[in-house]
Write a protein that binds this ligand. Structure first.
Ligand code: URA
Length: 470
């Protein structure tokens, strides 16, 4: 094993293409413990520096999928859809999108995760609902998706153990920030999770792992390419994450905002993102001919209260107190609040999502180790980018866990806001749209909505795909 691994490292170091067999040898050998960390690290660094082409990235993804169990959704009738976000601040989209798309007739089999770094995790948000159980075994998960149309659960089977090992090593060897390595890591878990249709929300900006739209676009393309090559219908939206999504950051606060959105009273950016991602799912699933048709259907589903009813059913099916859906006042609340006020008047020119996430953490919404101090803790943004504010008016509220000092959280929030004299030009939320070019070929009857900067697949596909920052 040692010699062939040495040859394999040298091959990638010299910028040559690895075969599927070589990639499988590496992944299987490393997962089994036959290849030492120092050789795996050297190969990862060679990949980081030299990149992987589309075919190598697909082989890596396949080998990682094969390292563990797979969710077999074949017992669930119909087309099964899944959604993945690369992580943002205030991103409670899953809580709205899953019941919304299910109420429109699709099966949403959603496996979610916990918080990662500064970004929130859906399972932590759902845990704020008293009694909610996200630990469904495979049988209960399949049965609920079939009966209710949707379930949101943590991974109960050992999906992609190779990724677990490799991710840890990447974290220790400064090789996380590589587009093919991130793309194969994310897509191996999505492929193993078994859905037919996968929609990716790739976030770009201060509150995201990918800081620029260009980097996010590269990642989106790589992931769509992998999924399509592996027989799934995959689409991606590149979306802005400069300021938080919606107005609430923190577990119970975000659940309340998601419920308000399901009632038709959501913040415009969250509503827009849910409709945009949902429309992609419906079109990819063949349930709507065009994005416009899909959007109107979803908007109607929301207006008629059907998505809210489905969320109530989902919460109840998973043991949660469904009364919170009608009375969000029953959700946990932090014992104290403090306000940040504007020292001068004007318009909010910028709102730094990363600093807001840090302020929410300081308030007790999340601990360094990923735990939660108080599910009720977090931040409510009373002003967002473009909003006018007068001197002395409230910019944001922090909801503080017991025993937490307010000044650190307020200081971070104060740095997060930039107030200017002129109203800033509004920036688009959806920055780009990447889908399989075959699906979007001209003449197939599918329209591209106005305002998208490029038609998917119309730009060159880079093969040395290293992101400069995550
Ligand atoms: N999230 C993942 O699942 N994998 C990565 O490599 C980075 C972010």
């Amino acid at each position: 094993m040692g010699t062939s691994m040495k040859a394999l490292i040298a091959k990638k170091r010299d910028g040559l293409q690895l075969s599927g067999e070589e990639i499988r040898t590496f992944v299987n050998g490393y997962t089994a413990g036959d290849i030492p960390d120092f050789q795996a690290s050297a190969l990862l660094m060679a990949i980081f520096c030299r990149g992987l082409d589309d075919e190598e990235t697909m082989f890596l993804t396949e080998a990682m999928v094969a390292s563990g169990e797979r969710v077999d959704l074949s017992s669930v009738p119909g087309i099964k859809a899944d959604k993945h976000s690369t992580g943002g601040v205030g991103d409670k989209t899953t809580l709205v999108l899953v019941p919304l798309v299910a109420a429109a007739g699709l099966m949403m089999a959603k496996l979610s995760g916990r918080s990662l770094g500064h970004t929130g995790g859906t399972l932590d948000k759902l845990a704020a609902i008293p009694g909610f159980n996200a630990e469904l075994g495979p049988e209960a998960f399949f049965a609920q998706v079939t009966r209710v149309g949707a379930a949101i659960a943590g991974q109960s089977v050992r999906l992609v153990p190779a990724d677990k090992k490799l991710y840890r090593l990447r974290d220790l060897t400064a090789t996380v920030e590589s587009v093919p390595l991130i793309a194969s890591s994310v897509m191996s878990k999505k492929i193993a999770a078994g859905a037919d249709v996968i929609v990716l929300d790739v976030k770009a900006g201060r509150g995201a792992f990918m800081r620029t739209a260009g980097e996010a676009r590269l990642l989106a393309r790589a992931m769509v390419d992998i999924g399509t090559r592996l027989g799934r219908r995959v689409g991606a939206l590149v979306t802005a994450m400069e300021q938080p999504l919606g107005r609430r950051v923190g577990n119970a606060l975000e659940v309340a905002e998601a419920i308000a959105t399901l009632r038709g009273e959501g913040p415009p950016d969250l509503v827009e993102l849910c409709l945009a991602l949902g429309a992609e799912i419906l079109v990819l699933a063949g349930a709507a001919e065009t994005l416009d048709i899909a959007r109107s259907r979803l908007a109607r589903t929301l207006d008629e209260g059907r998505a809210l009813a489905l969320f109530r059913e989902l919460v109840s099916a998973q043991g949660g107190d469904a009364r919170v859906v009608d009375d969000p006042g029953l959700l946990p609340r932090a014992p104290r609040t403090a306000c940040l006020t504007a020292s001068s008047g004007g318009f909010v020119a910028a709102l730094d999502a990363l600093l807001v996430a840090e302020a929410a953490m300081e308030a007790g919404a999340r601990l360094e180790d990923g735990g939660v101090l108080d599910p009720g803790a977090g931040v409510i943004l009373r002003r967002k980018v473009g909003d006018p504010v007068g001197a002395g008016e409230i910019l944001a509220e922090v909801h503080l866990a017991r025993g937490v000092e307010q000044h650190r959280s307020l200081a971070l929030l104060s740095r997060a806001f930039t107030i200017g004299a002129v109203k800033p030009v509004p920036l688009p939320l959806v920055l780009d749209r990447i889908t399989d070019p075959a699906v979007w070929a001209p003449g197939n009857g599918i329209t591209t909505p106005a305002g998208f900067s490029s038609v998917p697949g119309d730009t060159d596909r880079p093969d040395l795909t290293r992101a400069d920052s995550l």
